[in-house]
Design a protein around this ligand. Structure first.
Ligand code: SPV
Ligand code: MG
Length: 286
């Protein structure tokens, strides 16, 4: 049987793939059921789901446990957002082995320092040198077992205000270090930055984007602009939070669960999602 990493590489060969962020088993199952190509174990979603900021507050082990719940809940490939690699090159190598062992099809490491801060948090930021990040990428590539496992190198050059030239320089440096794809992040309201990057990029790796701030640009436009992987990183959590806020307000106001009936799923739907089957062989009926 083809591994999930092989599945992902196969899909990438055929066209532009779409991944959606999740933070636990059930949200990953919903992403898979909706028909997306893969699931993104989002650092932002996983941190937020633990009630803490996306700023290297969770340990690698804590994030890994969430990623394991995600990977083991779905038949589709998972790429794990591994932030800035949890420290030194040795940490990056250890982390790669751990993520591959829990069933990740690939990981993504960004050129932020450790500890990192989410790309959309305000304030000035300084990236690690291209050489330092290239060393993390090389360490990750050296640590993987299967040749199909993917290491995505992410540059935050645009996020840090360093411009196109620096973004391209970093991409070539990470490609040279053995990366399997380049994720170029941007917080611009339009896709101009990422399109200029794709136009200027003369390397051979598939390009990956995260259309959060330029959300009017659809998958077809991103594919036409040169992107082979599109990650909708945080929409599941934001959808859930919007629905929860609304219904908790109603519950508090009405002091009754009845008004929620039309806007919640029946318990049977949850049972179906998690694969609950009554244990008929037990005398009690399970
Ligand atoms: C994440 O989902 O954690 C990401 C994407 O890294 S972003 O939050 O846009 O940086
Ligand atoms: Mg992240």
């Amino acid at each position: 049987m083809r591994s999930k990493a092989q599945q992902l590489r196969g899909k990438l060969k055929r066209g532009t793939v779409v991944l959606v962020g999740a933070h636990d088993g059930i949200t990953a199952k919903l992403v898979a059921k909706a028909g997306f190509d893969g699931v993104w174990a989002s650092g932002f979603e996983i941190s937020s789901a633990h009630g803490v900021p996306d700023a290297s507050i969770l340990s690698m082990e804590e994030s890994l446990a969430s990623a394991k719940a995600i990977a083991s809940s779905v038949p589709i490939p998972m790429i794990a957002d591994c932030d800035s690699g949890y420290g030194t090159v040795e940490n990056a190598a250890k982390m790669t082995k751990a993520y591959e062992a829990i069933g990740a099809a690939g990981i993504c490491i960004e050129d932020n320092p450790f500890p990192k801060r989410n790309s959309f948090y305000p304030g000035k930021r300084k990236l690690v040198s291209p050489e330092e990040h290239a060393a993390r990428i090389a360490a990750a590539k050296g640590a993987q077992k299967s040749k199909h496992f993917m290491v995505i190198a992410r540059t935050e050059a645009f996020i840090a205000g360093l411009g196109l030239k620096e973004a391209l320089k970093r991409a070539y440096c990470y490609e040279e270090a053995g990366a399997d794809a380049i994720l170029v992040h941007s917080k611009a309201k339009t896709p101009d930055e990422i399109f200029s990057f794709a136009k200027g990029y003369g390397g051979s790796l598939p390009l990956v984007c995260v259309p959060t701030s330029y959300n009017r640009t659809n998958v077809k436009q991103l594919a036409d602009g040169g992107y082979r992987m599109v990650i909708y990183a945080n929409y599941v959590l934001r959808t859930a939070v919007a629905a929860i806020i609304k219904n908790l307000e109603i519950l508090k106001q009405e002091n009754s669960a009845y008004p929620l009936e039309g806007s919640i799923v029946p318990m049977g739907k949850i049972n179906e999602l998690v694969g609950y089957a009554p244990l008929k062989h037990l005398k009690s009926g399970g």
